[in-house]
Design a protein around this ligand. Structure first.
Ligand SMILES: Cc1ncc(COP(=O)(O)O)c(C=O)c1O
Length: 363
């Protein structure tokens, strides 16, 4: 209480001196996402999750959606009342839908049946027009066909096509994320993220390194994606990866990816589900893939290291896929052994922390 003031007066005084934290637009809520420690080892190495689902639209991608639109406005590529078209698996599209409605543009998302249904619903709910392309019954993403359709719409209507795979605003949209990591953690030793356009992992890394960081980065893609080579085949992780036949765009900047890893759908989804049961937070399938890699990498890191996984989005978008036993069973992806392996790894880390503590205290 302020000295000499009655309680009511003190409340009023407090209200006057504490700066209000009220925003006027949802996009002002982008960023400042929290970090959660998932596990640590007896050697003092920590695995932290950067929970990007706490952004408006529930994903990291709104960061780059805003940046690409601002770039376009500055470059005179978007005029008031303009039209934006972009192929998307959903998260970029939901981000663009939000930014478009705030800034008075119309937005057309070119999508396919591979997208999570709730992402399609969210884009529609935010006023986006959806144009579907066929994935030829492959079950995989139709990244090539989606791009062709977006190019066609842009040419026919004069709509602005940001082209997230090659737009420099994509990577630049993650400078803020890098700044948050620096502010919250200082330097970090290892950054792990699922790679689709490459914007989030490479953009964050570029900014960290610009500030002198020696962070080691690991890019993760679904088995069957061709970003890090190997044969292409369909996969069910949505948002990350590129299918066979796709020309990987310039935002996958291999200078900023020290190592590329592939993770099967079964391992990615099992890891996401185990993490959900451990933390109470549902993480998306691509986050599951990145965590799968990170968990296996921890013991190889120097003792006392800090590793961060970029969690692109939350599992609430995948309740009828990643978190649905029947959906997994139908596709042969419900893998109890994969669940067990991840659980055992986490238990082993918990044990190693207890043992190290017992050794320190001599008990
Ligand atoms: C769920 C999910 N995970 C990972 C990614 C990959 O992010 P980036 O395109 O920045 O590489 C995306 C991209 O859309 C995504 O939606």
């Amino acid at each position: 209480m302020t000295a000499g003031l009655a309680p009511r007066d003190a409340d009023r005084e407090h209200a006057r001196t504490v700066p209000e934290r009220v925003v006027r637009r949802a996009s002002e809520l982008i960023g400042r996402t929290p970090l959660l420690e998932l596990t640590r080892t007896g050697t003092g190495t920590r695995l932290l999750l950067k929970l990007e689902q706490f952004n408006p639209t529930g994903s990291a991608k709104v960061r780059m959606a805003r940046e690409m639109v601002l770039h376009a406005e500055r470059a005179g590529l978007l005029r008031p009342g303009g039209h934006i078209v972009e192929p998307t698996s959903g998260n970029t599209g939901t981000g663009l839908a939000l930014i478009a409605l705030e800034r008075g543009y119309t937005f057309t998302a070119v999508v396919d049946g591979h997208a999570a249904r709730d992402k399609l619903r969210a884009m529609r709910a935010l006023g986006a027009r959806l144009v579907f392309v066929d994935n030829g019954g492959s079950g995989g993403p139709s990244t090539v066909a989606r791009r062709a359709k977006a190019a066609e719409i842009a040419a026919a209507t004069g709509a602005y096509w940001p082209d997230q795979h090659n737009n420099p605003g994509n990577g630049a949209g993650y400078r803020g994320l890098a700044g948050e990591l620096r502010e919250d953690l200082g330097d970090i030793d290892c950054l792990i993220g699922a790679v689709g356009t490459g914007g989030s992992l490479c953009g964050t890394t570029e900014e960290l390194r610009r500030h002198g960081s020696r962070v080691r980065t690991i890019g993760v893609e679904p088995t069957g994606s061709i970003i890090f080579g190997g044969p292409g085949r369909p996969y069910w992780q949505t948002g990350a990866g590129s299918p066979a036949g796709f020309d990987v765009g310039s935002n996958v900047d291999y200078r900023h990816i020290d190592e590329g890893c592939k993770v099967t759908d079964a391992d990615a989804f099992a890891t996401a589900r185990v993490v959900a049961r451990r933390t109470g937070l549902l993480v998306g399938g691509t986050a599951g893939a990145a965590i799968h890699v990170a968990l296996r990498r921890l013991l190889r890191l120097r003792p006392g290291s800090t590793a961060v996984v970029l969690v692109c989005d939350a599992g609430e978008k995948y309740l009828d896929s990643v978190y649905d036993d029947d959906w997994l069973l139908e596709r042969g992806l419900l893998d109890h052994l994969a669940h067990q392996r991840t659980k055992r790894l986490l238990t082993a880390y918990d044990d190693s922390v207890r043992l190290a503590a017992a050794e320190r205290t001599g008990t």
